[in-house]
Design a protein around this ligand. Sequence first.
Ligand code: PLP
Length: 378
Amino acid sequence: MMNQAIYLDHNATTPVLPQVVEAMGEALAFCGNGSSVHRAGRLANARLENAREQVASLMGARSSDIIFTSGGTEANNLALRGTGRERLVISSVEHDSIWQVSEDALVIPVDNSGIVDLQVLEEALRDVGEQMIVSVMAANNETGVIQPIAKIAEIAKSHGALVHCDAVQALGKVTLNLKAWGVDLASISAHKIGGPQGVGALVRYNGDLQLNPLLRGGGQERGNRAGTENLSGIVGFGIAAEALASNLSQLEEIKALRDGLESRINQLDATVKIFGKGAERLPNTSCFTMPGVLNETQVMAFDLAGIMISAGSACSSGKVQSSHVLKAMGVAKEEAETAIRVSFGRGNTEADVDKFIKTWSGLYGRLNVSEQRAVSAA
Ligand code: PLP
């Protein structure tokens, strides 16, 4: 037990639930294409439709409005490119899969705690809202900061704009009422909720909305996304969605671990900055500095000590890049480069926090001293 690695990177991906592994294995061994008319095809199709209902029930949507995709990234791309709305309005803290879709998106700033400036949003939409689609994430992957989606949707709707919400990180970690909030489209991803990687969905709450597919071909997913569906992945997604409803009780425990870690870090060094702390945040996420120590160095040192964390967003090819999220929150580059993200999930315990704190304080002393030496030797 002592030498077991500790995984504190659940926002990057979280372990697949055992019942998902089992159901996927069974679905993988089954031969049938959901588009075939014979018996095996009908059985495959029944599995797909069952999973669609499981996901729809979790999301408070009709099963006909679940469009399965290859993940959150594709769902985000489909939402932003598929509605025919020419102008994109996004926040400055969106995930790269929103951020990179259009070079001329209108970017709404956030305040120092990471919350979208509603006044700027309102002004941006005045008189031109009907040409626009507004895309704001429910919660940020790096800081966990939660956006006021109901308010954002209300403003957007009052100007005739469509609303998309990237709910990939928020799903399963906070209560979402996306339909009641007035969201037209929402993106979700299986591997953030105990399902497999490479499967997600775009949820269309606005039944009137016709989408232009990104992928054309066989007309699967009611013409919204061509290509034979990833049957085993979708079956796994459905099981994970169903399991989520009963897992919400774990969130209090996870929040207690996160809060305990943050207060112990601040007891060790009151100059450590915890980003978004004043705002409403996901209960499992913490993003904070180790003053004077590069996050790249920290991630490697923690890894050697058997603890897996990340430096900001881990979505891009293992590279550590300077965080556009912290920059948008007004954090200086030098400080942002010392920030790490710790994200808790199923299976983490108080003992993990103890080991993290012990390692953190040991590294801080050691790495800081060696950096000072390097500076004085230069
Ligand atoms: N949106 C957010 C907020 C994310 O955190 C991620 C992945 O980390 C994605 C979208 C992309 O999802 P996927 O990995 O399923 O493509």
